[in-house]
Ligand binder design. Structure first.
Ligand code: ADP
Ligand code: MG
Length: 357
């Protein structure tokens, strides 16, 4: 399972200046994954058409949308419509916005069912399914824990009492989901956090809205691609070295699906000897201890997103066993004695087949 697959050591360029702060999660200045077209697109003479790309700031991250089109203007219009879908998803899912449906759910009085529309109902079915499938390593009902550790602020180690109070208000058992009626009922003052699945869901919605032309949406930590195969047979994706984000440790090729990386962050704080990272082990209620990164490929964005978080929590040993048994494409980058160990599942090697190159 140990291999250096399709992967060439390379370095990636540092990104441009940080945009002005606005409401949303704090983000890393250098993303964990970065996508690009394989061809030098400056010539713009590819048989797939003109290469069009747009950089925006959304979902607390720097995003890049790219496609090929007959004309520059029609390409921009396509990207504009994908952007509108991503914006709507953020408006609906972001708990950084009091107006979102997710925030409304979190405010719903305990014991009173909250009704989701059909699309949200499907999303919650997926969320519940991945929570179960990962034995709770992915569990978005930990909003109170994340708040107790001030993960959206400067980070803190809470008192024992505050930590226990937050733990008692975390866990999917505190939220009853009835997929038939599409209702969710809070059984206690539990709070759902979209951090580990919102980007993936937004990418899936954008994918459904995009057409046949090759496209890529890069949300920093997660990239989805689709449409026809792009010039060169695939998109080029750099996965950052978790020790040095400005260097790509792996260079992959991907022609379909979604690639998500979860990693310790540039923002992680060490307080009283405890590294307070933004990914929590719901089973201990404490920050997960793995110090590398994990990258997951899945056909669906929500699945890739949820799985990279879950596999980060599991760590390489348990995570590789779990993913191998289920045929999931996973790659861990593990800092070890001054080097970086690459461990993958067999399905990850198949990425070469999915995306020949
Ligand atoms: P990123 O936010 O860097 O893309 P992830 O996709 O792994 O990273 O999501 C991490 C976010 O998900 C955290 O910032 C937090 O909001 C939330 N979260 C942390 N731990 C868990 C967990 N075990 N299960 C579900 N959500 C989590
Ligand atoms: Mg995730």
């Amino acid at each position: 399972m140990k291999l250096v697959a399709l992967l060439v050591l390379t370095s990636c360029a540092l990104l441009s200046a940080v945009p002005a702060a606005r409401q949303g999660p704090p983000y890393d200045t250098v993303p964990a994954v970065r996508g690009a077209p394989l061809y030098n697109t400056a010539a713009q003479d590819s048989p797939a058409g003109v290469f069009v790309s747009r950089d925006v700031y959304l979902m607390g991250t720097r995003a890049r949308l790219s496609t090929y089109a007959v004309t520059h203007d029609s390409g921009l219009a396509t990207l504009e419509s994908a952007l509108a879908v991503l914006d709507d998803a953020e408006e609906e899912l972001s708990t950084w916005r009091a107006s979102s449906a997710m925030s409304a759910l979190n405010r719903q009085p305990v014991g009173e069912p909250w009704t989701a529309d059909a699309r949200l109902c499907r999303m919650f079915s997926d969320v519940w399914e991945w929570q179960r499938a990962t034995d709770g390593a992915f569990d978005p009902s930990i909003g109170r824990l994340l708040a107790a550790w001030d993960i959206r602020g400067a980070g803190t180690v809470p008192s024992h009492e505050a930590h226990e109070r937050a733990r008692a208000l975390s866990g999917m058992a505190l939220l009853a989901f009835d997929p038939g009626r599409c209702t969710l009922t809070r059984r206690a003052d539990v709070s759902l956090d979209e951090g580990a699945f919102g980007k993936g869901e937004a990418l899936d919605r954008a994918a459904a809205a995009l057409g046949d032309a090759p496209w890529m949406i890069d949300l920093g930590g997660q990239i989805s691609v689709g449409g026809r195969v792009p010039p060169g047979g695939a998109w080029s994706i750099g996965v950052a070295d978790p020790r040095r984000r400005d260097h790509a440790a792996l260079q992959l090729r991907m022609a379909t699906g979604s690639l998500s990386t979860s990693a310790g962050s540039e923002r992680d704080l060490v307080m009283s000897g405890v590294r307070v990272g933004h990914i929590f082990d719901p089973r201990t209620g404490r920050p997960a201890t793995f110090n590398g990164s994990v990258t997951v490929w899945h056909e669906r964005g929500l699945a890739a997103d949820a799985l990279s978080t879950a596999l980060y929590v599991m760590g390489p040993k348990a995570g590789l066993r779990w993913a191998e048994a289920r045929g999931i494409a996973v790659c861990y980058l593990i800092p070890e004695r001054g080097t970086l160990r690459v461990e993958t599942t067999r399905a990850f090697e198949d990425l070469r087949i999915i995306a020949p190159g």
